[in-house]
Design a protein around this ligand. Structure first.
Ligand SMILES: Cc1cc2nc3c(=O)[nH]c(=O)nc-3n(C[C@H](O)[C@H](O)[C@H](O)COP(=O)(O)O)c2cc1C
Length: 174
């Protein structure tokens, strides 16, 4: 994990916001091919709740592009954490990182620090490596922007539901 603060966060933000270069490589780990069924439903539900909270109409392409760009602005957060894995560990390295990310975010929450995991920061991995001085064999899994939450910001005005364990877990007892 690399964590930025102060001028390093500002430099990182600028690097992320710079225009995409022709031929700039895409993510190190493939994006989901498709969201179907419950995954599609949950994704839609979360997206629509966010749009409603920030006052975006469905179909407002300019507005949704602006909201998507907030990712690259790190939502105005003072810190970014970038999680990378060794190329040789393959997909399993990314799986291990998932556990680390969850633990990091729980620890931050327990200290009153808000955080948001951002797969979107992995969409242009080469600029992330360049900006942070990382070697080519560090594969970018995701980023986490963090800092104290602004409770008055409209984006913080909604909460997603949690799937009932009865839906998420299959219990076998014989
Ligand atoms: C692995 C992972 C990647 C995520 N990537 C993004 C992202 O790129 N941009 C974003 O706005 N939110 C991202 N999210 C955060 C979700 O938008 C967030 O979980 C959602 O707002 C619901 O909040 P909750 O986690 O409290 O349910 C990501 C979450 C996870 C776990």
């Amino acid at each position: 994990m690399v964590i930025t603060r102060g001028a390093a966060t500002e430099r990182f933000r600028e690097a992320l916001l710079a225009p995409v270069l022709p031929g700039e490589p895409g993510p190190d780990f493939d994006w989901p091919k498709e969201y179907q069924g419950v995954y599609l439903e949950r994704r839609r539900e979360c997206g629509l709740a966010l749009y409603e909270a920030v006052g975006l109409e469905r179909g407002d392409r300019e507005g949704s592009a602006r909201q998507a760009r907030e990712n690259l602005r790190l939502f105005g957060a003072p810190h970014a954490a970038i999680i990378t894995t060794d190329a040789k560990l393959g997909t399993y390295g990314a799986v291990d990182c998932g556990g680390y990310i969850a633990a990091f975010m729980l620890a931050a929450t327990s200290l009153g620090v808000a955080s948001i995991a951002q797969a979107s920061l992995a969409s242009r991995p080469q600029r992330v490596r360049d900006a942070l001085g990382l070697a080519a064999d560090r594969k970018v899994v995701c980023g986490i922007s963090f800092g104290y939450a602004d409770p008055k910001h409209p984006a913080n005005g909604f909460r997603t539901d949690r799937a009932d364990p009865k839906v998420a877990v299959t219990l076998l007892d014989r």
